[in-house]
Ligand binder design. Structure first.
Ligand SMILES: O=c1ccn([C@@H]2O[C@H](COP(=O)(O)O)[C@@H](O)[C@H]2O)c(=O)[nH]1
Length: 278
């Protein structure tokens, strides 16, 4: 029986540092690595990332879209990449941003969160915009298998605030409602397996994370303009919960494995400065 996701994450972050590196084999990255933008290039790039970083970085986050773009052959590469991550000893966080009615979510949970599925990851990203309760079945499956979920709350893209800063009838923003719903699912767990996604680019929003008791995935460092110093302004006392993530910032150092490791270590050092418990 696998330990709960929150416990496994805390142990690996303690050992390897607070960083999730995105595996985003964008066609531009493939070309910069001297590879063709085809399935062979995709495989060399994605599995090369895991070979270089799987033994030193706590979490690796494949972006499903870059694999799906090559059809079933690309999805097969994703399956092998997930297996490599498990073999290397890192946690896998599959960025798929799924969200649908409950019965369809059950099928997504079978695909991404169930032992024995070739696409199973240690955690996945989910979208709450069909109502947070539509995710409860998937959260239950994740929990039963020692896996986790990250629910989109305040995303890093500039279009997010149109929806996520909208104010609900009780005066809370939509983003705050998502954080509070995640907190409710984490109550009593140490730490919980329902994380949230909050961009490293969003600045001060007044969102409260004090009751969350779960991981906060913070994308947007580097290419999107987020900085380690900016994390303090966004998260304040919740900084110890933050798992910063960056893709292009590290992948740009490839394909040389030493340079990839050194780029990741540089990001870990800069976020460690900021993420010390306050
Ligand atoms: O709010 C969000 C949620 C997810 N992402 C994903 O993270 C990476 C970011 O890549 P960078 O190269 O570090 O910009 C990408 O896969 C996004 O889909 C996000 O950026 N923001």
């Amino acid at each position: 029986m696998r330990e709960p996701y929150g416990v496994r994450l805390a142990a690996l972050v303690e050992e390897r540092g607070p960083l999730c590196v995105g595996v985003d084999p964008h066609p531009g990255v493939l070309r910069a690595w001297g590879l063709d933008a085809d399935v062979a290039g995709l495989e060399r790039c994605a599995r090369g990332m895991v070979e270089a970083l799987g033994g030193t970085v706590a979490v690796l986050k494949p972006q499903s879209a870059f694999f799906e773009a090559y059809g079933s052959a690309g999805v097969a590469v994703l399956e092998r990449t997930l297996a490599d991550i498990a073999h290397a000893g890192a946690l896998s966080l599959l960025d798929v941003k799924r969200g649908d009615i409950g019965s369809t979510m059950d099928a997504y949970a079978a695909a991404y969160l169930t032992d024995g599925s070739p696409l199973a990851a240690d955690a996945v990203t989910l979208s709450p915009y069909l109502g947070f309760g539509s995710l409860d079945g998937a959260i239950g499956v994740a929990r039963a298998h020692g896996r986790g979920v990250y629910v989109l709350a305040l995303t890093s893209n500039p279009e997010g605030p149109q929806v996520q800063h909208a104010v609900a009838a009780d005066g809370r923003t939509v983003g705050q409602v998502v954080v509070d719903e995640a907190a409710r699912r984490n109550a009593g767990a140490v730490p919980g397996d329902v994380g949230v996604v909050v961009g490293a680019t969003i600045g001060r929003t007044g969102t409260r994370f004090d009751a969350l008791n779960g991981s906060i995935l913070a994308p947007g460092l580097g290419a999107q303009g987020g900085t380690a110093a900016g994390l303090a302004e966004i998260f304040g006392a919740a900084l110890p919960l933050v798992l910063p993530t960056t893709s292009r910032e590290v992948m740009g150092a490839g394909p040389d494995p030493e340079r990839l490791r050194s780029a990741a270590a540089g990001v870990v050092a800069s976020v460690r400065e900021v993420l010390r418990p306050v």
